[in-house]
Design a protein around this ligand. Structure first.
Ligand SMILES: Cc1ncc(COP(=O)(O)O)c(C=O)c1O
Length: 223
């Protein structure tokens, strides 16, 4: 949340407008709601799958498009390339929370994003012994603006947590392969279970963003 808050407060100010995906991690949603209530930042929520919604939401004061590759907890998949193309046309930077996908399944910078944030607490560190976050920038100017806010907020990873994260990342590819396989197996079995009402996994035929996931998250469906 330190990385996310630094990005949001670094790039948004009073009177600015941000376009964000409706399905977002609750903590991020809370920061946006707080910025709206206390700083007068205006937020327009979009589905994350329709570029025309983003085009219609754009304003002269729009400063950021904020998405999650795989939204927590709904697993909706943002169509990053399609939405980023619209934002780029208007000169609006795109930030993507790639926590759930990890760089193994998706590299948002390759799909038009300008900033990628991760909760390293999850797949990157991988051992449930670290709290941390990372923000990655394509552009040095955006990095400079956000870094200043991260420093002001004290959102700095302590050295031991950074070391643990680097240690964890050495096994990221092995863990992600296994986790994807386990998730696919569980999703298929649970969907067939009579006591289960709904299963949300982007590789299932019942998932609304299956086609986007196949394009954007190759390998994630592996069983
Ligand atoms: C998608 C996503 N982003 C960010 C966060 C925040 O992570 P942290 O708890 O490491 O601050 C979470 C936590 O669940 C998350 O699921």
């Amino acid at each position: 949340m330190g990385a996310i808050t630094a990005v949001l407060t670094g790039l948004l100010g009073s009177g600015d407008h941000v376009i964000a995906q409706t399905c977002l991690y609750g903590g991020t949603y809370a920061v946006l709601a707080d910025l709206a209530a206390r700083w007068g930042v205006d937020v327009t929520y979009v589905s994350g799958t329709d570029p025309e919604e983003v085009r219609a939401a754009l304003r002269p004061e729009t400063r950021l498009l904020y998405l999650e590759t795989l939204a927590n907890p709904t697993t909706r998949v943002a169509d990053i390339p399609a939405l980023a193309a619209v934002a780029a046309g208007a000169g609006v930077p795109v930030a993507v929370d790639n926590t759930f996908a990890s760089p193994l399944l998706c590299r948002p910078l390759d799909h038009g994003a300008d900033i990628v944030v991760h909760s390293a607490t999850k797949y990157l560190a991988g051992h449930a012994d670290v709290l941390g976050g990372i923000a990655v920038f394509k552009d040095a100017e955006l990095y400079g603006r956000v870094r200043r806010h991260a420093v002001e907020q004290g959102a700095a990873t302590d050295p031991f947590a950074a070391w643990l994260t680097l240690r964890g990342m050495q096994t990221l590819s092995l863990r992600m392969e296994r986790q994807c396989a386990s998730a696919a197996e569980l999703a298929a079995r649970l969907e067939a279970h009579p006591a289960v009402e709904a299963v949300r996994h982007p590789a299932l035929a019942s998932h609304p963003d299956r086609e986007i996931a196949a394009r954007l998250l190759p390998g994630g469906e592996a069983a």
